[in-house]
Design a protein around this ligand. Structure first.
Ligand SMILES: C[S@@+](CC[C@H](N)C(=O)[O-])C[C@H]1O[C@@H](n2cnc3c(N)ncnc32)[C@H](O)[C@@H]1O
Length: 243
């Protein structure tokens, strides 16, 4: 009987290949198959682009589509299909890796795949290898310490009702807001009403060569800057902005 392969969930960091861990590189160059997610058939896989420069060519790279949709049934179907595809490679004895942006257990698609595999194939051995999260990379790129001493920090995806952000900026010294995208304008309005728009930093595509953009203070953004914010954007709000 073929020995079941192992699955490695690998965090590949936010964009710069040099932010891959040594462990990630050594696993990626030892497995037989690397599964890489992308959000649409014609969109490039950012995780694949990050790892490509360090690959030794041993592994077959297979891209899996995880659409950006809130339709639960559609997502379930894609996660189940992906779990079956990964399980099939493992059953053929192929050690495999699944690469994911930032850290794998931090708001990542990998978690859905991980759960599906646990549920459907409990016999599979899954090892998760951490990566540098965009939240930490954003703070470093901006030169903004996240926390010192007894300061309190929260990380949240921008709430459906943006006004929900208000209580976090009142309670925490640092608020890291993910999934800002098209709703930056609403967020800036809410921050301005608390007098904190000037203390907010927008980090876009951190560590992605030629694309990274950091804006300090969000009070005077142009219409273009407010409207052209992509998915890979993080806002850091500091109650007291001091370096
Ligand atoms: C689904 S979460 C994935 C987080 C990822 N697992 C991590 O640890 O960075 C996606 C959100 O993370 C943030 N993000 C991911 N990559 C980023 C990047 N390169 N620059 C800025 N923000 C990023 C954005 O807020 C984005 O909406």
């Amino acid at each position: 009987m073929t020995k079941l392969g192992k699955l490695y969930g690998i965090g590949v960091g936010p964009g710069d290949t040099e932010l891959l861990t040594l462990k990630a590189v050594s696993i990626l160059n030892s497995v037989d198959v690397i599964f890489s997610p992308r959000s649409a058939p014609r969109r490039e896989s950012i995780a694949r682009k990050i790892i490509e420069p360090v690959l030794n060519g041993k592994a077959e790279v297979v891209e899996l589509v995880f659409p950006m949709t809130r339709e639960k049934d559609r997502l379930e179907q894609h996660w189940s299909q992906a779990a079956d595809e990964v399980a099939s490679a493992l059953r053929n004895g192929k050690n495999s890796a699944f690469v994911t942006l930032g850290d794998p257990f931090f708001y990542s698609t990998y978690i859905y795949l991980y759960r599906k595999l646990r549920e459907r194939y409990p016999e599979i051995d899954i090892i998760t290898s951490p990566g540098i999260s965009s939240a930490f990379a954003s703070a470093s790129a901006a030169g903004i310490p996240i926390a010192i001493g007894d300061e309190k920090v929260v990380v949240i995806p921008l709430p459906g009702d943006v006004r929900g952000i208000q209580r976090y900026v009142e309670m925490f010294d640092t608020v890291i807001i993910l999934k800002v995208g098209e709703r930056l304008k609403e967020l800036v309005e809410i921050l301005a009403s608390s007098g904190l728009a000037g203390n907010a930093i927008l980090v876009q595509k951190v560590s992605q060569q030629g694309s990274e953009k950091i804006i300090f203070g969000l009070s005077g953004l142009t219409r273009d800057e407010l409207n052209k914010v992509g998915y890979l954007s993080t806002v850091i709000v500091k109650r007291k902005l001091e370096i």
